[in-house]
Design a protein around this ligand. Structure first.
Ligand SMILES: [Zn+2]
Length: 458
C-alpha cells in the first residue's frame, strides 16, 4: 500500500469551511418535502446544478413522482482499470411538524454550539453534500479523479423509495459499480463512525381465522357456534417450539453459517448489558455481546405483532380472529420463498385459515472480507479520529438489497451525521465537525480506492 500525505485535504477543508457551510445552508433553505411535494422540483434542479458546477455530467430521470438526479465523473487519464464507486443519497426530507417544537425555523438553518439546525441537515443533505465537496476538493488538488465516480440522489427515500428498485433494474449498465457507498443515518453514540454491511429483510403477513358470519352470544350460542380463536391459537402454537425454533418447514434453509470474519467483527462491537436492559425495559436478559449482535443481525426473527378477536367486555363468540406476524429475514432467505413456506404450513395444519402477505423487503449482506470492503474499513479508520464500529448487518430493514441483489454490487453504509441528529424529529441537526469529517472521509476513500487493491487480502 502506497503512503501519501494524509493531511493534504485538511488545508482544503480549513480554507473552504465557511463556503462549505454556506453551501449546506443554501441547500437546507430549499424545501423538498416528498410527502407533500413542496419544493421537490426546485430542489432536484438545485442538486443537478450543484453537481454540474462541481464537474459531474448529470442526467435527470423521472421514473416516479420525483426526479432522480444522476451524475458521473470518469477516472482521469491512464487509470483504465480504475474501480467504479456509486454514491447514493436523497434530497427529499421529512415534513417538519410539529413546528412548535423547533427552536428555529426548520428551513432557515441556524448554527448553535457547533451544530447546524435545519430539516435535512443530517438526513440527508449534509451527508451527500459532503461527498460532492470531497470530489470538489479532490479535483482542486489533483485535477482529476483516480476512480470512476457515479452519484445517484433520489427524491423518494422518505416515502419508501417506491421507484428505486425498478429504476436500478432498468439501468444496470448505467449504475454498474464495484462498490455502492451510502452515507445516511447516525454514527455510534460514542461518536465513532459506523460501517454497516447489511440489513435484515422483512416479511409481514396477516393470518385470518373465520367462524360464524357475525359475533354470537357466548351463552345463548355457546357450544353451538365454533370459535375461530382456538384454531388460530393452535396454528400459532405449532409454528414455533418452546425454545424459539421456527417449525415452518424449510424456514432456515439457505442461511449461511456465521463466518469467522463476521464472528470476529461481532465480538468487537461495543456492548453494555445493563444499558441494554434499561433501553428495552426488561431485566431478564442474559447474554454476551457476540450473542446479542448475532441474534440481532444474523438470525431471523418470527414475531407476532398483533392478535385480535372479540372485545373486553362482552361475552361473545367472535366471528373473526386475526394474527399479524412479521419475520425479519437474514441473508440467504428470500421473502417470497418464506411466504410460500408459511402458506404451505397453514394449508397443511389449518386449511380453513387464510393467510395474506402485507409487505416484504429482501435482506442484504456484503461480505466483510472482500478486498474492497477491507479497504473501506481501513480508510474510514484512517480518516476519522475513532476506531469504526463495523456491523456485519443491522437488525432493522432498509432497501439495501437494491444494490446487493438488483445491481449485484457490494454495498456499505457509512453514516456522517451525529448520533443525536434528530432525523425525522424537531431540531434536526448535524455537527459542523461531522460534516467536515464526512468530506475528509469521502476524500480519502476516493484516494485509497484509486490505489491498487493488492495487499488488502488478509
Ligand atoms: Zn430519513
Amino acid at each position: 500500500m502506497t503512503t501519501y500525505d494524509f493531511t493534504e485535504i485538511d488545508g482544503e477543508i480549513e480554507q473552504g469551511e465557511a463556503e462549505f457551510i454556506e453551501m449546506l445552508q443554501k441547500l437546507l433553505r430549499q424545501k423538498s418535502i416528498s410527502h407533500t411535494g413542496e419544493g421537490m422540483e426546485e430542489c432536484a434542479e438545485a442538486v443537478r446544478l450543484l453537481l454540474e458546477q462541481e464537474g459531474f455530467r448529470t442526467t435527470v430521470y423521472r421514473p416516479g413522482a420525483y426526479p432522480i438526479v444522476y451524475g458521473e465523473i470518469a477516472a482521469s487519464g491512464q487509470a483504465t482499470d480504475a474501480p467504479t464507486v456509486l454514491l447514493y443519497g436523497h434530497y427529499d426530507v421529512m415534513p417538519p411538524d410539529p413546528l412548535s417544537e423547533w427552536t428555529s425555523d426548520p428551513f432557515e438553518p441556524q448554527i448553535r454550539d457547533g451544530k447546524i439546525y435545519a430539516r435535512g441537515a443530517g438526513d440527508n443533505k449534509g451527508q451527500f453534500l459532503a461527498h460532492i465537496l470531497a470530489v470538489r476538493s479532490y479535483l482542486k488538488l489533483h485535477g482529476g479523479l483516480p476512480i470512476n465516480l457515479k452519484i445517484l440522489i433520489e427524491g423518494e427515500e422518505e416515502t419508501g423509495s417506491p421507484s428505486l428498485a425498478d429504476f436500478v433494474a432498468n439501468h444496470r449498465e448505467l449504475l454498474k459499480a464495484d462498490l455502492v457507498y451510502t452515507s445516511d443515518g447516525p454514527k455510534h453514540a460514542s461518536g465513532a463512525p459506523v460501517i454497516l454491511l447489511g440489513v435484515r429483510g422483512a416479511l409481514s403477513v396477516r393470518v385470518t381465522s373465520k367462524g360464524a358470519a357475525w359475533d354470537n352470544h357466548s351463552g345463548n350460542k355457546g357450544n353451538i357456534v365454533p370459535n375461530p380463536v382456538w384454531p388460530l391459537v393452535s396454528l400459532l402454537h405449532g409454528m414455533r417450539s418452546d425454545d424459539g425454533k421456527v417449525q415452518v418447514e424449510g424456514f432456515y434453509d439457505g442461511i449461511p453459517q456465521v463466518s469467522e470474519a463476521d464472528a470476529e467483527a461481532l465480538r468487537r462491537l461495543p456492548f453494555d448489558l445493563d444499558d441494554l436492559k434499561r433501553q428495552v425495559g426488561h431485566d431478564g436478559i442474559r447474554m454476551d455481546g457476540e450473542t446479542y449482535y448475532r441474534r440481532l443481525s444474523l438470525e431471523p426473527t418470527f414475531n407476532v405483532f398483533g392478535l385480535h378477536a372479540g372485545g373486553r367486555d362482552k361475552g361473545i363468540i367472535p366471528a373473526v380472529a386475526e394474527a399479524y406476524l412479521d419475520v425479519r429475514l437474514v441473508s440467504g432467505q428470500d421473502p417470497l420463498d418464506i411466504y410460500t413456506k408459511l402458506e404451505r404450513h397453514v394449508k397443511k395444519h389449518a386449511p380453513d385459515i387464510g393467510i395474506e402477505r402485507i409487505m416484504s423487503v429482501p435482506p442484504s449482506k456484503t461480505p466483510i472480507d472482500l478486498p474492497i470492503i477491507r479497504k473501506v474499513i481501513r480508510t474510514v479508520t484512517e480518516a476519522c479520529a475513532l476506531e469504526p464500529v463495523v456491523q456485519p448487518a443491522m437488525g432493522g430493514t432498509l432497501p439495501d438489497y437494491v444494490w446487493t441483489s438488483v445491481l449485484g454490487a457490494p454495498s456499505v453504509i457509512v453514516p456522517y451525521a451525529p448520533y443525536d441528529e434528530a432525523n425525522h424529529s424537531p431540531n434536526e441537526n448535524t455537527g459542523i465537525a461531522d460534516f467536515l469529517e464526512g468530506i475528509r472521509c469521502t476524500y480519502h476513500l476516493i484516494r485509497r480506492l484509486g490505489e491498487s487493491l493488492d495487499g488488502e487480502k488478509e
